[in-house]
Write a protein that binds this ligand. Structure first.
Ligand SMILES: CC(C)(COP(=O)(O)OP(=O)(O)OC[C@H]1O[C@@H](n2cnc3c(N)ncnc32)[C@H](O)[C@@H]1OP(=O)(O)O)[C@@H](O)C(=O)NCCC(=O)NCCS
Length: 241
């Protein structure tokens, strides 16, 4: 619960957000990047009138109720991140903190040059920020990724699943989250990412990918059947927006 923020009156649009402080490895993830927020989507109560900027409201209007719930939670998390990182004035209301990038699709943190990424699945949402292009994905561990592995992994990548010692579902789900996180960070479509981003190591807490002859570390968190992948590309791309 954001008691301080609620009592300050600046964030009056939602009353309860449960953080998942007890995730194993979450502190390790948080400390590796500029900022990270993990929220329970079901525990968010927000008044959209006070939360959304005009562009966010216009986008939300076109969404189904389920999609809108995730989109709203993403706005809550990104506005919170912008405040945590002091990217906006303390007294700026939420409805004046833009979290929808110029393309109306990718997320942003107000008018800052800080990169961010968001992912939601079922009950959970994760938002991250960094000084370099960053991507995040959260998925439930399931056999879906194992069944579809031939679609997004090369034969060499598929060999990593058994080498990882994690079991097929946990390893293949990690590989899937890695590719989605990388796609978001690089601004590639998923099929291009499947081809151009090679997973070279799958591990419980860390993995490695290769992209354009360079390798980059992947970091994972896992709890209660959810797995997160985070990747940040140092010195790679132009600034956002
Ligand atoms: C982007 C994509 C991979 C996300 O997949 P997903 O598992 O369904 O959804 P996630 O919850 O993990 O991520 C959704 C968030 O990613 C962000 N996102 C969407 N498209 C994005 C893009 N092209 N680049 C970076 N981030 C993007 C948004 O913040 C979105 O949440 P929001 O709309 O509520 O703010 C998926 O929308 C997709 O496949 N799109 C088709 C186009 C495509 O292939 N894009 C790949 C570039 S990422």
């Amino acid at each position: 619960m954001f008691l301080n923020e609620i009592s300050s009156g600046f964030i009056s649009t939602y009353s309860l957000v449960k953080d998942f402080q007890d995730w194993s490895g979450i502190d390790r993830l948080k400390s590796a990047y500029l900022g990270m927020v993990l929220l329970d989507i079901e525990a968010i109560f927000s008044d959209e009138e006070y939360l959304f900027t005009p562009r966010e409201a216009a986008r939300a209007m076109r969404m189904s109720p389920r999609r809108r719930k995730g989109f709203t939670a993403a706005r809550v998390a990104l506005k919170r991140l912008a405040r945590q990182l002091n990217l906006v004035e303390k007294d700026r209301p939420d409805r004046e903190i833009e979290t929808l990038g110029p393309d109306d699709v990718r997320p942003c943190l107000a008018e800052s040059k800080i990169y961010c990424s968001v992912s939601h699945t079922g009950q959970l949402l994760v938002a991250v920020a960094d000084r370099h292009p960053i991507g995040v994905d959260i998925e439930t561990v399931s056999e879906k990724a194992t069944r579809a592995k031939h679609l997004f992994m090369s034969p060499r990548e598929r060999d990593l699943i058994s080498l990882s010692g994690l079991g097929p579902e946990r390893a293949a789900t990690r590989a899937w989250t890695i590719k989605e996180a990388a796609a978001k960070a690089l601004g590639l479509d998923l099929f291009q990412t499947f081809r151009e981003v090679e997973v070279v190591r799958v591990g419980e807490g860390e993995g490695v990918i290769r992209y354009r002859e360079k390798t980059y570390p992947i970091r994972h968190g896992e709890e209660n059947g959810y797995v997160i992948a985070l990747v940040s590309f140092n010195n790679l791309l132009k600034s956002p927006g």
